[in-house]
Design a protein. Structure first.
Length: 200
């Protein structure tokens, strides 16, 4: 690219990354390099790292497309990843399949949040329908009665957590689905469902 002052170039990098994130997919460092016309990938990486240091971008470690818009000032949206689908019914293999990002208000974004698209009808009694999007706060524990995303072996499901006698039970909100009572060592709580979104 033609020479521009470093601050102006960094602003162009930020705008490009922001537009890509808002369109649903964070760019890779090499995509930033190509878009900006940098001769070296390290130039793109340096600008991205400076934007992270300035608090204008965040990054999920270990992901090539891990750049994100951080939670900012109150009233401004933060973006959380829509990771794919989770079963509200019979268990299904938990495959993380990012679909894009969803906005949440910065004031609601305390803790690490992610979103999952619900499949199945086992939680319709709780108002969670097939196709709804569950906003989940990542946490390893939850209280009895809360709706959680749980991993049983390598399969994920959305259920209401019950703890009778210290046992872990995952209950549907639909009488057609029996409760699940897996051995405790096979259960991992991935997070608590804090919001449901639905497209009409």
């Amino acid at each position: 690219m033609a020479y521009t002052p470093e601050g102006e170039t960094r602003e162009l990098v930020f705008r490009f990354v922001r537009e890509r994130i808002l369109a649903g997919q964070s760019p890779t460092v090499r995509e930033v390099q190509a878009a900006m016309g940098f001769s070296a990938v390290e130039t793109a990486r340096r600008h991205l790292e400076k934007l992270i240091a300035a608090g204008r971008l965040g990054r999920e470690e270990g992901q090539a497309r891990g750049y994100r818009l951080p939670a900012g000032r109150p009233g401004l949206p933060a973006l959380i990843p829509l990771l794919g689908q989770v079963q509200a019914g019979a268990l299904t293999a938990a495959i993380e399949n990012p679909e894009g990002y969803l906005p949440v208000l910065a004031g609601e974004a305390h803790g690490e949040l992610f979103a999952l698209r619900v499949r199945g009808a086992s939680m319709i009694g709780a108002g969670i329908l097939p196709g709804d999007i569950a906003i989940v706060r990542r946490q390893p524990t939850a209280d009895a009665g809360e709706i959680v995303v749980a991993l049983v072996g390598d399969e994920a499901t959305v259920k209401r957590l019950r703890l009778p006698g210290g046992r872990i039970e995952l209950h549907a909100e639909n009488p057609d689905f029996p409760p699940l009572a897996p051995p405790p060592e096979e259960v991992t709580i991935l997070g608590k469902v804090i919001e449901i979104r639905r497209m009409l």
